[in-house]
Design a protein around this ligand. Structure first.
Ligand SMILES: *Cc1c(COP(=O)(O)O)cnc(C)c1O
Length: 321
């Protein structure tokens, strides 16, 4: 059995130093309406207001900052359903290196266009038929590019952990933290920060009900693989947790919960109407689960990570109609 060197909170601290001045320190927003409805205090960490519109800039910039001169010259390759693609393309352009992005043919148009806008070269594939990891690896081998996966990489996990680190630094220890879960980079990184800064805080990962591989994996103790789930939460259409993310999640997370697409839509509407925030479906996972647990959360201080805000305006309207 291979023993992996899992990232630690020290790596999150180093990541926060690397991204400082490049990533936004995103605001933490409050809502009296929410606090009243919950009989609790909620703190929304707004990664929908991060550069390129999602927390993924943190992990990507951290990983690319660690490239040596040879890696920088050849450039980076990434495969992604969207936000990781934009994060890699933007980070690469800021650091002056070429980026090739392998994206699904049905990725939201706004995400494809934004990736190209940041200077990335886009290669499309069929997400129901082809293996994106294999395509990415082949490009890496052929052109000497360095592959940065969307979640299963120590530097990506450490970078993603900086969002929860900022939240705890600003608000002190919380009683519970709700985090969107796809492949687990954000949740694993948040776990490192949570266990270091607020050891007693309950930490929940939240997935779409149609793709509950993380819940199955967490509860069974080994990584469960599923078919690409059909859900509006396109940032969480992952088929399995990673070899780095799973052991951290298994060790440090309290539970993995699921919500329906209809619950995500209700949250999108709430954020737009009441908080004037555009949050993409995947970004609503944490709050949708917190709402379901409302009666158990009375009197507590609760963190919710709004992971991203990239959704076509047309799709946004269609979902709410
Ligand atoms: C990628 C993504 C997620 C899931 O993150 P993982 O690190 O894969 O678990 C959640 N929300 C948004 C907006 C994302 O882009």
């Amino acid at each position: 059995m291979i023993t992996l060197n899992l990232p630690t909170f020290d790596d999150v601290i180093s990541a926060s130093e690397r991204i400082e001045g490049h990533a936004h320190r995103t605001p933490v927003m409050r809502s009296r309406t929410v606090d009243q409805a919950f009989g609790a205090e909620l703190f929304f960490k707004c990664e929908n207001l991060q550069r390129m519109g999602a927390f993924k800039f943190r992990g990507a910039f951290n990983a690319l900052s660690k490239f040596d001169a040879r890696q920088r010259r050849a450039g980076v390759v990434a495969f992604s359903s969207g936000n990781h693609a934009q994060a890699i393309a933007l980070s690469a352009s800021l650091l002056g290196m070429p980026a090739t992005i392998v994206m699904p043919h049905d990725a939201p148009a706004i995400k494809v266009a934004a990736t190209q806008g940041y200077g990335g070269t886009v290669v499309l594939y069929d997400r129901y038929k082809e293996d994106r990891e294999q395509i990415g690896r082949e490009l890496a081998d052929k052109h000497g590019l360095t592959l940065i996966p969307p979640y299963d990489h120590p530097d990506v996990i450490a970078g993603q952990g900086t969002a929860a680190k900022e939240l705890f630094e600003e608000e002190g220890p919380l009683d519970a933290l709700f985090v969107s879960l796809g492949g687990g980079g954000l949740l694993a990184g948040s776990a490192l920060s949570t266990r270091a800064l607020a050891p007693a805080c309950k930490l929940y990962g939240v997935e779409p009900e149609a793709g509950n591989d993380g819940q199955q994996s967490f509860r069974s103790g080994s990584i469960v693989h599923i078919e690409t789930p059909k859900t509006i939460a396109d940032g969480a259409q992952t088929q399995h947790l990673g070899s780095y993310t799973f052991p951290i999640i298994r060790r440090d997370v309290d539970d993995v919960l699921t919500v329906t697409d209809a619950q995500l839509v209700a949250c999108m509407a709430f954020f737009a109407e009441r908080m004037k925030l555009v949050v993409e479906p995947t970004g609503c996972l944490g709050f949708a689960a917190a709402r379901e647990m409302k009666s158990q959360l009375r009197g507590q201080r609760i963190g919710v990570l709004l992971s991203g805000g990239n959704v076509d305006l047309q799709r946004f309207c269609a979902l709410l109609a």
